[in-house]
Design a protein around this ligand. Structure first.
Ligand SMILES: Cc1cc2nc3c(=O)[nH]c(=O)nc-3n(C[C@H](O)[C@H](O)[C@H](O)COP(=O)(O)OP(=O)(O)OC[C@H]3O[C@@H](n4cnc5c(N)ncnc54)[C@H](O)[C@@H]3O)c2cc1C
Ligand code: SF4
Length: 327
């Protein structure tokens, strides 16, 4: 495996990035830490001739408790005790991403926009050519759900569900200026599964904003994976909320690693506000979330197992909240 040549651009302001994106329309990718993009390039997955590196853009760096730059390194978030104290689900999710080496280069923005994964996609060019390519790269059919013209590759980032339960908003910049949107709205739930977000052409992620109201709110992130030292999530369940005198004052729940996009289940959790978190209610919530997700056979673990683990993990995560053991 090798990297084909590409032209590297190193703008230093967001305006310059957006201008370049316009000039190179359709022929470039943004490069953050490169821990996801460059391995994919080595496997000849959707190569572009230009890379726009975000490394030198000062505005994208660093973090405070209110604003996290898209280029904030995962290792910087992991080692900040203020982040751990303020945002337990985020701190836990960051610790669970890949390995220390990957976290030293990987960024927040890259994690939220990580390419979706599939056993038939994350393979070498040689491997893929022997089977026949697929919709997501170079081909015209899906090997997982052949009867559909849609890609079902799995969203495998850890931070999105954790940030969703913290009511995160993302700030994006593009040819039409800047806008902010709730993190769940970043992901395209209705699309073809290949275009994974609702970003307009050329738009980049600038920062993630967290409201003060969720600071120190109890919560957790539970991750299912094959090798705990290394692997992408086969499932990730995040919760955050307040249970006062046994009754729910607020509750957010989000799931990643199961569908082509991460999802927050507001309708299900809003219905529990003011209620006591009885075993029956928690079981019903777990069953409803399990019913809503649709894992397919494109990762290591069988979809039926992953789906059944959804309710197990929802029950465990909510139990941590109810029993006050969530950080
Ligand atoms: C061995 C290994 C194990 C891994 N395990 C995990 C895991 O357990 N959990 C997990 O979540 N991830 C995992 N990853 C994936 C990846 O390392 C992380 O998700 C990382 O955070 C990606 O960040 P990055 O900065 O390297 O992204 P990059 O690779 O630079 O970019 C990823 C994608 O996002 C786009 N992009 C990046 N920043 C922006 C921006 N600001 N605006 C617009 N587009 C942008 C890029 O164009 C690219 O399409 C693993 C990777 C490896 C190599
Ligand atoms: S789900 Fe189908 S189209 Fe998508 S990457 Fe896998 S085989 Fe390709």
């Amino acid at each position: 495996m090798h990297l084909d040549p590409f032209e590297l651009h190193r703008p230093s302001t967001v305006d310059e990035v957006v201008r370049l994106a316009g000039d190179l329309a359709g022929r470039f990718d943004y490069l953050a830490g490169g821990t996801d993009l460059l391995p994919n390039y080595k496997m000849h997955l959707n190569l572009r001739p230009h890379l726009v590196a975000l490394e030198d853009v000062e505005e994208l760096r660093g973090h405070s408790l209110a604003r996290f730059g898209a280029m904030a390194r995962l290792s910087d978030l992991e080692s900040d005790p203020a982040v751990a104290a303020a945002y337990p689900p985020l701190a836990r999710a960051v610790r669970e991403v890949a390995t220390p080496l990957v976290r030293a280069s990987g960024t927040l923005g890259g994690n939220l926009l990580v390419e979706t994964r599939c056993f038939f996609f994350n393979q070498s060019f040689f491997w893929r050519s022997s089977l026949g390519f697929c919709l997501k790269a170079d081909g015209d059919r899906c090997h997982v759900v052949p009867q559909k013209e849609k890609c079902y590759a799995t969203f495998s980032g850890d931070l999105a569900p954790a940030l969703m339960v913290l009511e995160a908003e993302v700030e994006v910049a593009g040819p039409n200026g800047r806008r902010r949107l709730p993190l769940p709205a970043l992901y395209d739930l209705e699309g073809d599964g290949i275009r994974r977000t609702r970003l307009e052409p050329g738009e980049l992620l600038v920062a993630v904003h967290l409201p003060e109201a969720v600071r120190a709110r109890p919560g957790t992130y539970l991750k299912l994976r094959v090798r705990p030292s290394y692997d992408f999530p086969e499932l990730g369940v995040a919760v955050s909320g307040e249970v006062v005198d046994g009754r729910v004052r607020s509750l957010r729940l989000a799931v990643g690693g199961a569908d082509p996009y991460p999802r927050r289940f507001d309708a299900l959790t809003d219905a529990l506000v003011g209620e006591s978190l009885s075993d029956d209610r928690v079981n019903a919530l777990a069953q409803q979330v399990e019913k809503a997700v649709r894992p397919v056979h494109n990762t290591f673990l069988l979809p039926d197992y992953r789906r059944r683990m959804v309710s197990v993990y929802v029950r465990r995560a909510v139990a941590e909240l109810r029993e006050g053991t969530a950080a």
